[in-house]
Design a protein around this ligand. Sequence first.
Ligand code: GUN
Ligand code: ZN
Length: 439
Amino acid sequence: MSGTAPTPRRRAIRGRLLDFLPEGGYRLRADHLLLVEDGRITQIGPAAALLPTVPPGTPVDAHGDRLLLPGLIDAHLHFPQSQVIASPARDLLDWLERHTFPAERAFADPAHAARMARFFLAELLRQGTTTAVVYGSVHAASIDALMAEARARGLRLLAGKVMMDRGPEGLRDTVEEGVRESAELIARWHGVDRLGYLISPRFALTSSEAQLAAAGELLAAHPSCWLQTHLAESPGEIEAVRARFPWARHYSEVYDRFGLLGPRTLLGHCVHLGEEERARLAETGSVAVLCPTSNLFLGSGLVDLGALADPRRPVRLALGTDVGGGSSWSMLRTAATLCDVARLVGRDWSPIDAFRLMTIDNAAALGLADRIGRLEPGFEADLVVLDPAATPAMAHRLERAHGLEDELAVLLHLGDDRAVRRVYVLGEPVAGADLSVHR
Ligand code: GUN
Ligand code: ZN
């Protein structure tokens, strides 16, 4: 008879721990040790005290003075656009027609989707992103390929096929297909291991009213799923929405009418909202997912962070790269750009606020703040090790750094994938500057 439990898979990770607290503020713990057992953090303490208690044979990864944080979370990007990034266009609608829709047509082929999925997830990990919120193409096969690859890598990933019955030739579903394929994907992937499904009507311009209504019904029928779409990104888009939905007082009302707003709803961009819309997003608990590099690259506009975050009725916020409208895979570059944009609209968004957004706030926006985004016993051990002195210019600048905020500013504004030294998924090293990941 075997009464003994199997030995857990263990690893101890030593470094300078940084994370952010739900009630506000941060926690910086120098020379601490974090013990991982079977993918979860089980103990955290000063290295000197905890190290002697670690079971013999446990590997210990020592990261010195580098910062060990929860893995970064990217709350908005597009799987079929990894080869669209850096394709200049006049504006959003021109970019969609000229670059994006042609690239997405290729995802009808499962072999292409599988090859792209391997690159996509390896690249996210290389950038220190351990959880992502992802749009597929209109083809269910794109999500099958992505979910299968994410599952094989043990990743926490949320994704959904786009519904677009008013899309361009060769890239459309029907109301019935959109519902059936989304429901089949939910049955196949939602809640399997660490995977989750997002019902994903692409945006108001590519769906009929019947499809928007069907998406709302699907969300009501699957309340543990999420819903993602795009809202008020560019002036040309908003003009077209006004013409297509003349009964709506504003863009947000189009989604509101069909039951698409709520606490599980992630609305990409939200650049051009009126006060009535912001108030309605706040009231429904909907999340505005900011994509600042995309808004600059496509010339969409400057998001007014301060107006969204107004403490009298704060809209829940998240941050995403929006690859491939966004111009960087790096959440560090994306958050740095958010700080730049905030200054342009006369707001202050500190490096500490920026790191908070990439970790605990993005986790909270997904309703996952009880399992990712913090360094806490019980949490999943998705981690990133960042080196604030990764390049000669960073090391040089650090000689005159004053405190944590300054150090984080260096990481944000001078850092990128070169600063990502090690990435752990469920406590296992999977990527980073020292490890190869593309396969
Ligand atoms: N609006 C509708 N589709 C898209 C997309 O693929 N990217 C961006 N940035 N905006 C969109
Ligand atoms: Zn997008």
